[in-house]
Write a new protein. Structure first.
Ligand SMILES: Cc1cc2nc3c(=O)[nH]c(=O)nc-3n(C[C@H](O)[C@H](O)[C@H](O)COP(=O)(O)O)c2cc1C
Length: 137
């Protein structure tokens, strides 16, 4: 089945605690598994960056629901394209809190979020494409 990958950037409406993030992750994992959606969610200094991948209709409907969530605002789609393969095959959803500097790939991921915030490219690549590449490698 063909799949799409959607990447968006948004701002949290308040500072997220570890418990807040875990609660988002808990519900996301449960729902996404049912929808055949995989992906990853990154949080850094009040910004969310999320990758959703799965069947196009499922991804678009899920994004519409997530977008309305009052825990974040100003959501902006950076990327929504068909893909041959999933990048995050192992996770119905995964959370990386980049405010915790122990995070794997910390520097690269912070750079992606910074570039996305300011609409900057990283080399010749858009932030969303850079993000997907980090995890394909
Ligand atoms: C940044 C962010 C990312 C989210 N990601 C997901 C997600 O991947 N899947 C999901 O089902 N809900 C996600 N949610 C939660 C949804 O907005 C919504 O609260 C939830 O899907 C409602 O689930 P329910 O219909 O089972 O009550 C996210 C919320 C936020 C703030």
């Amino acid at each position: 089945m063909s799949i799409n990958q959607l990447v968006y950037l948004s701002q949290s409406t308040r500072k997220m605690s570890a418990e807040d993030l875990n609660e988002i992750l808990r519900v996301a994992k449960e729902n996404n598994q049912r929808l055949d959606v995989t992906g990853s969610l990154f949080y850094n200094g009040g910004w969310f960056l999320q990758v959703l991948e799965g069947p196009l209709d499922k991804i678009n409907a899920l994004y519409k629901k997530i977008e309305r969530d009052p825990r974040h605002k100003n959501s902006r789609i950076l990327y929504n394209e068909p893909a041959k393969f999933r990048t995050f095959t192992r996770w119905s959803m995964n959370m990386t809190n980049l405010d915790d500097r122990q995070a794997d790939k910390y520097a690269q991921l912070v750079e992606v979020i910074d570039a996305a915030k300011t609409d900057r490219k990283i080399g010749a690549m858009s932030p969303a494409v850079s993000l997907l590449k980090i995890f394909k490698e």
